[in-house]
Design a binder for this molecule. Structure first.
Ligand code: PLP
Length: 418
């Protein structure tokens, strides 16, 4: 019988335990589940703070860090990252409102994302967002018009879609034809417009090549490719940029055989790259925006076994949580082949797995499956199961059709030391 693999061992190492029971933020998971009900998302700010400290340590003091709050826009989670001194990358007007309400400085926010609405653009200009990352030539014109109408100057970066692709990213968002960013070959003309438009101020460039990358070497190679592409654009810039934002995309191990990204190697590689490339960009600061790496591992989705049954030799644990709350862990968000997230018996972590069971949710669809062969100790009705790595891109409001199922509770525990 295999255990839960490297990914489970890795993520468990980030949490406190009370005996053999998971104790996020020092609170026993059984007590949290009893107090808040299940299904329940628990976000441990202490784990998030560990990840920030790690990223800071490996990136050094000169690389600016942003939290991409699309990963987890829970207000208390966002507040923690703000208090830890990170800038916030927002992807909608709603996110901007949350960030500002949680104390983020608008000047330290960036706003990326295709298809920004007129209202969102106006909101960002009004708030004084530090960098509106423009995703298309047309969007630049909209930003300029809105700024002119408001009698303001909008801070803009151009999001560049380089020709190169990043291989080894779970989700590729740069290279080839993309909804995101402006193709590098179109950028000189757009920069000429930036120079001509009175109501926009050029901040710099943004490149986001892809998410969920676990290969340090490939990632650093892709950063080199991005920087080389940007250097070629520099002669067209109206003036020296103040910010070069290379995105992030640092992955976390989700699946049994995934190994954690060698983040120290990414840090060393990036610092060496920046030492080489910074002279091409004048006094610009290098920025990174990370979501999953910072928030993903702080979250556990806790559900309770409602039924245990055997069907033709397969044991099913039917839980009260499922795809209606957690598209990603059930393999319904971007996975071609469903590989399970780390799953464990959170009130008895010392018990060795002794059976492989199917862990499924309560919806009438075979898509509602956390894993078909999950190694677990024998669990019975009423026991708790934790789905780890659920702090980023997990929560999904119930889509229509599943509305009869209640929303999950959410609770934030733990402390940070800014
Ligand atoms: C523009 C942008 N920045 C940052 C992120 C965060 O990426 P990750 O969670 O991989 O760090 C994303 C994710 O889609 C993104 O689109």
């Amino acid at each position: 019988m295999s255990d839960g693999g490297t990914a489970l061992a890795h993520v468990l190492g980030l949490f406190a335990c009370d005996g053999s029971e998971l104790a996020p933020g020092g609170q026993r998971i059984g007590a949290l589940a009893a107090a808040h009900g299940t299904p329940l998302y628990v976000y441990d700010l202490g784990v998030a703070a560990q990840k920030v400290a790690l990223l800071r340590r490996v990136m050094g003091p000169d690389i600016g860090l942003h939290y991409a709050m699309k990963a987890n826009p829970h207000p208390q989670v966002v507040r923690a990252f703000v208090e830890l001194g990170l800038g916030i990358d927002v992807a909608s007007g709603g996110e901007l409102s949350v960030a500002l309400a949680q104390g983020a400085d608008a000047g330290g926010c960036s706003f990326a994302g295709p298809g920004k609405s007129d209202a969102e653009i106006a909101q960002a200009i009004d708030a004084g967002v530090g960098s509106i990352n423009v995703e298309s030539p047309r969007e630049l014109e909209k930003v300029a018009e809105a700024a002119a109408a408001a009698g303001r100057t909008a801070n803009v970066s151009l999001r560049v879609n380089p020709a190169q692709q990043v291989r080894k990213s779970g989700m590729r968002m740069g290279g080839g034809a993309q909804a995101f960013g402006i193709d590098a070959e179109q950028v000189p003309a757009v920069l000429a417009r930036v120079a001509a438009l009175k109501s926009v101020r050029f901040v710099g460039f943004h490149v986001f090549a892809g998410s969920q990358n676990l290969d340090a070497e490939k990632l650093v190679t892709s950063y080199r490719g991005s920087l080389e592409a940007l250097v070629e654009l520099m002669p067209h810039a109206p003036h020296a940029p103040t910010r070069i934002n290379l995105g992030g995309g640092f992955g976390i191990p989700y699946h049994a055989k995934d190994t954690p990204i060698e983040i120290a190697a990414v840090g060393a590689g990036l610092q060496a790259l920046w030492a080489e490339f910074q002279p091409h960009f004048g006094g610009a600061q290098l920025h990174l925006e990370s979501g999953r790496f910072l928030a993903g591992e702080c979250g556990v989705y806790v559900c309770r076994v409602r039924d245990r049954k055997v069907s033709r030799g397969t044991t099913f644990l039917i839980t009260d949580g499922g795809l209606h709350h957690h598209l990603a862990a059930t393999g319904n968000f971007g996975q071609v082949i469903h590989r399970p997230y780390p799953v464990a018996a959170v009130t008895n972590l010392d018990a060795a797995p002794s059976e492989e069971v199917a862990v499924v949710g309560p919806l009438c669809t075979p898509l509602d499956t956390f894993g078909a062969k999950v190694p677990l100790p024998p669990l019975a009705e009423g026991d708790l199961i934790g789905v780890f790595c659920s702090g980023a891109y997990g929560f999904t409001a119930s889509p229509r059709g599943f509305l009869s199922h209640p929303e999950p509770a959410e609770v934030v525990v733990g402390e940070i030391t800014p």
